[in-house]
Design a protein around this ligand. Structure first.
Ligand code: BES
Ligand code: ZN
Ligand code: ZN
Length: 501
């Protein structure tokens, strides 16, 4: 799909579908809407009334275009409040444009450059959000379908009125393409069934990323033997029930100029979570190919770094394994010793993510990163707390938490902070080991998981944990531009943060 921005009169665009936006409470008598009204024979307000359109987010009004309009259809979309100062309405509107074009079989879309008349509008950011939404909304995972879903849209032109803005928009569109490519990498990895997305395959993908990186990304790959030598016994305990060999992956990006900071990104990489001997009930297991979504986000980000070219050194860590029941599997009650000599009582083999992350954290801190961030589909409890669309953030550093929340907000990803309640640490005390992998009470499971992870973070290490159990995989459509299945959650926020450093 080609996306461009040019100056012109949207109503005269040669397209199959022309899309314009209307804010909530917009004056229907303004010059532009008056012109639209004239072109469709004066029926605009009447049609708006019958289709209950008032400019709210998610509202749309589809009209068959007449006379002076150079397309078959005119789609009017609600942009929400003009003063909201965020891009949610724009992103949502572009998603509806894609859905409508697909339904109508439209190939070429011309869309108004939203926000040009608003004070808070920034051309680059707006065009980026619009283009991101178009690219993300038109994603399709049909690798395993014999009949492919044909995506009809070939070109989108964003039509602006001001040539200065059009110039800025081009940079935004370029950035959007880079980000959407990273998001697509993550989505494809998560959507691929666990039978094919094994730890071995994840390692191959990591290798492929180094190959397309023009030398800027390198890899260190540890097999089971190497992990044993490194005493990664918490990670290996999870892996021991599976027939698939585990791998510990480290990706390293170094900028050409001296790095300003060092970042460690850790992604949970359970390619399938059956629960192990603490087997999950069938319904809970159905979507567990998504349990490597944190790893997929890290790989998605790394796939863009050679193009993004940030002035920071970035290390990615993935402890990749399945969590399976078998005669070799770890048992509830077993005690393992992580690579920093902390002993862990495994009371429930389904709380496996934190075991693999423990060894990944220890490894990641060896490079003394300025920041360590982990992304993990860690707890169902996070979904109970925040629902399906919002990720949970826990951090030991106020400024870092604030930065990530702000980056997520501008990137259009929902993130909410949760506390690391120090007094809850007693809930993961073990009678027989240094720590237990599940809490002694059935409440606050997202917090005690965060506290477990914190046990493996050194005293001076700035760290943030993002629990993506909800938003990584959409069991229903989250937004017009975020369809069912893998979402690539986190790629947009992390890239926003990395490029701001
Ligand atoms: N992978 C799951 C968490 C999860 C749940 C991810 C739903 C995505 C959607 C994790 O390994 C898990 O099973 N956690 C347990 C922990 C419990 C045993 C303390 C959970 O949340 O039930
Ligand atoms: Zn689990
Ligand atoms: Zn899991």
């Amino acid at each position: 799909m080609q996306i461009t921005c040019s100056k012109g009169d949207i109503l005269q665009s040669q397209a199959d579908l022309i899309v314009i936006g209307v804010y909530e409470n917009e004056d229907w008598d303004n010059p532009f809407l008056t012109r639209v009204n004239e072109l469709i024979n004066g029926k605009l307000t009447k049609l708006a009334k019958t289709q209950e359109f008032s400019g709210k987010i998610e509202e749309s009004l589809l009209l068959s275009a007449k006379n002076g309009i150079a397309s078959d259809y005119l789609l009017i979309l609600g942009l929400g409040s003009q003063t909201a100062n965020d891009l949610i309405g724009f992103r949502d509107a572009c998603g509806i444009a894609v859905q409508t074009a697909r339904r109508l079989g439209s190939q070429i879309i011309a869309i108004e450059f939203f926000g040009e008349d608003s004070d808070t509008f920034q051309a680059t950011a707006t065009a980026q959000a619009m283009a991101e939404s178009f690219l993300i909304a038109s994603y399709n995972f049909d690798v395993y379908k014999t009949k492919k879903d044909l995506s009809t849209i070939t070109a989108v032109t964003i039509i602006g009125e001001n040539s200065h803005d059009v110039k800025k928009a081009k940079n935004g569109i370029e950035k959007a393409r880079l980000i959407a490519d990273g998001v697509t990498v993550a989505r494809d990895l998560v959507n691929t069934p666990a039978q094919d997305m094994t730890p071995t395959r994840l390692s191959q993908v990591a290798k492929e990323i180094t190959q397309i990186s023009k030398g800027s990304v390198k890899i260190k790959l540890f097999d089971k033997e190497k992990c044993k030598k490194k005493n990664m016994n918490a990670f290996l305990a999870v892996a021991q029930g599976s027939n698939e060999p585990p791998f510990f992956i480290e990706l390293i990006y170094k900028p050409s100029k001296p790095a300003k900071k060092i970042i460690a990104l850790v992604g949970k990489g359970i390619t399938f979570d059956s629960g192990g001997l603490s087997l999950k009930p069938g319904q809970h297991m159905e979507t567990m190919k998504c349990d490597m979504a944190g790893a997929a986000t890290v790989l998605g980000v790394f796939s863009t770094l050679a193009r993004l070219n940030p002035r920071v050194e970035i290390h990615g860590y993935i402890a990749a394994t399945e969590n399976m029941p078998s005669g070799n599997a770890i048992r509830p009650g077993d005690i393992v010793c992580a690579s920093n000599n902390t002993t862990i009582e495994i009371a429930n083999t389904d709380a496996e993510g934190r075991l693999t992350l423990a060894d990944a954290f220890i490894q990641a801190q060896k490079i003394k990163p300025d920041y360590l961030v982990d992304l993990a589909t860690l707890t169902g409890a996070c979904m109970v707390a925040l629902g399906e669309e919002v990720a949970g953030l826990m951090s030991n550093n106020r400024d870092f938490a604030t930065t990530l929340l702000e980056k997520a907000q501008t990137a259009g990803e929902l993130l909410w902070e949760l506390p690391l309640v120090a007094s809850y640490d007693k809930l993961i005390k073990s009678e027989v080991a240094d720590v237990k992998n599940i809490p002694s009470v059935p409440y606050g499971g997202v917090l005690t998981a965060g506290l477990f992870l914190q046990r493996f973070i050194g005293p001076n290490q700035i760290w943030a944990h993002i629990d993506i159990a909800g938003p990584a995989f959409a069991e229903r459509e989250f937004a017009s531009y975020l369809t069912k299945g893998a979402t690539g959650y986190g790629v947009r926020t992390l890239i926003k943060w990395i490029e701001s450093m």
